[in-house]
Design a protein around this ligand. Sequence first.
Ligand code: ACO
Length: 402
Amino acid sequence: VIDISKLYAQTGKFTYDPGFTSTASCESKITFIDGDNGILLHRGYPIDQLAEHGDFLETCYLLLYGELPNKTQKADFDYRVTHHTMVHEQMNRFFTGFRRDAHPMAIMCGVAGALSAFYHDSTDISDEHQRMVASLRMIAKMPTIAAMAYKYSIGQPFVYPKNDLDYASNFLRMCFAVPCEEYEVNPVLARAMDRIFILHADHEQNASTSTVRLAGSSGANPFACIAAGIACLWGPAHGGANEAALNMLAEIGTPDRIPEFIDRAKDKDDPFRLMGFGHRVYKNYDPRAKIMQKTTHEVLGELGIKDDPMLEVAMELEQIALTDEYFIEKKLYPNIDFYSGITLKALGFPTNMFTVLFALARTVGWIAQWKEMIEDPSQKIGRPRQLYTGEPQRDYIPLSKR
Ligand code: ACO
């Protein structure tokens, strides 16, 4: 008979770290976060500089290749991504198999995973060229798939990519253009969309990225791995928080109700949390939240939206929370999701599309992390251990004697 407690004692080196709060799962050269000081670097470059001066495809190149591209490399990369924006025509039928009221994230999980059924020539992970083609395909096709999920949900025909447009403009057009009507992409809104993509591009070993790595560690094809990441991102504690934050702001409604919600967030008997506040790694202001707040003002200004009630509640709530003992002591600051919902809503997206947009942008991070892992010669299948707390060994009792 095995004595389980003795077995653990014999195993020796065994760490138990629920939630992986202090356990690194890998080495990585892609993204660095200093949570205490609110710093986020991609390949060494601060997020605010990338968001201010670059565009999303440049960040994609940086995450994938490790360096910023020169002009020729950038033009070539843009061309190659653009070349892959169409999806297989048969995938259109795949969409119509879903109920119209399906959550677009449910559609994303299915369709992204199904890419491996359409693009067999980029599923051999041992082939470097195929890995890169799969990466470009994912980055290029996610906006098309996301826009198709949206169009399907509102009963409008799909709008095909128009490849003389930049990445963000193309996406906005696929979402909001209607056949037989002129549609001009507003460059200020396209720039804001692009910046939102940059802010979400990668964030080291968060839950969805770790999911992608774990799935990929078994040798699963990249499309299947990204589908796993999308599924993980969907949760309200992760990518679903922007939707939850906006719903919360709507529920609060007016600044005079903020204290009531602050009190609820502090009450340990109430499961309510301030959505868009707190972060596992940032114990300071999330640097992405600052840029997002600026982008929110730019978008509302461009659209002529003055005195947006949700923005008013958000800003007031932030001020009150930042000076509240509970939030100071627990180091709870606004995260990227606090302002992103307001911006996305102003851009015209319904709330159920918010996490889809996050998935679209995070695809490059997932792919870059997956590639880094596959290309690491010391890579092993991810196989966490457990601390068994169940019954000790015992004998089977026949059904007639139970
Ligand atoms: N409102 C009120 N209290 C909070 C909040 C919040 N938003 N976040 C954390 N706390 C409290 C917890 O109750 C806990 O208190 P305790 O020490 O008295 O038990 C303490 O702060 C630590 O919280 P944990 O849940 O242990 O921290 P963890 O690192 O596991 O969670 C998380 C981080 C999930 C982001 C959490 O802060 C949260 O639920 N925030 C709201 C959801 C959200 O905005 N998610 C987006 C994350 S960013 C992203 O995915 C892009």
